[in-house]
Design a protein around this ligand. Structure first.
Ligand code: 13P
Length: 232
């Protein structure tokens, strides 16, 4: 199972050092992918962690002020990168065309993209969930020869950071529909996953991992979460 820790834009410099000191000692049989703020990527060298980025430029190296390219990430040992997170779609106006470019850059550098898709509350209420997800996937993965290497992360927007989650059956229902069109991709779930609701989710045969936001920052609770999936 892939466990992806998305720190988002949290932790100042000293806080990150303290956090990382504790996280370095966390053991799990599952791969732990730490996605810190990009300014901390060079501080991660723990044997127990894989390195992930929260974002990537849609361009290769060049005159793109403020951007970090896939090539640069690769040179730091980055193996995974989140793309299409709803927070970037929402606050940075990222669209599927840009996301497609980013995925291309990552695949060119052999970095595994973690592509986030998911519906708003309104789309859910209007029964548009799967149409929205199929559109996001089709436009982002369009004619990529190695698209099977992309990890697909189902993150309902209304479940992120709210404490609201789906039941295991509801998650599996969506993931199975994704699987119909993308049978070879790893499928992970994110959205208010915690050390309690993992009890219900952990035995799923469809979910290949979890994308954790808030929980990634709380080491004690993260340890409890990892203990619960240790036998899976
Ligand atoms: P929360 O786990 O805080 O709901 O965040 C999920 C998320 O957005 C991970 O990318």
């Amino acid at each position: 199972m892939l466990i992806i820790l998305n720190n988002k834009s949290n932790l100042d410099s000293k806080e990150f050092d303290d956090y990382y000191e504790s996280l370095k000692n966390v053991v799990s049989k599952h791969p732990l992918i730490l996605c810190p703020s990009s300014i901390y990527l060079t501080r991660v060298n723990g044997d127990n962690l894989l390195l992930g980025s929260q974002n990537v430029s849609s361009f290769d190296n060049g005159s793109y002020t403020g951007e970090v390219s896939a090539r640069q990430l690769k040179s730091l040992g980055v193996e995974y990168a989140i793309v299409g997170h709803s927070e970037r779609r929402n606050y940075q106006n990222e669209d599927n065309i840009t996301i497609h470019q980013k995925i291309k850059e990552l695949l060119n550098q052999n970095i595994t993209p973690i592509l986030c898709v998911g519906e708003t509350k309104e789309e859910k209420e209007n029964y548009q969930t799967i149409d929205k997800i199929y559109k996001e996937l089709e436009e982002s993965l369009l004619s990529l020869p190695n698209k099977d290497n992309v990890v697909i992360a189902y993150e309902p927007i209304w479940a992120i950071g709210t404490g609201n989650t789906l039941t295991r059956e509801e998650i599996e229902d969506i993931l199975l529909k994704i699987k119909e069109k993308y049978p070879n991709n790893k499928l992970v779930y994110g959205g208010s996953v915690n050390e309690k609701n993992i009890e219900e989710l952990k035995d799923s045969k469809i979910i290949d991992g979890f994308l954790l936001g808030g929980l990634s920052l709380k080491i004690d609770k993260l340890k409890l979460f990892l203990e619960k999936i240790e036998e899976v």
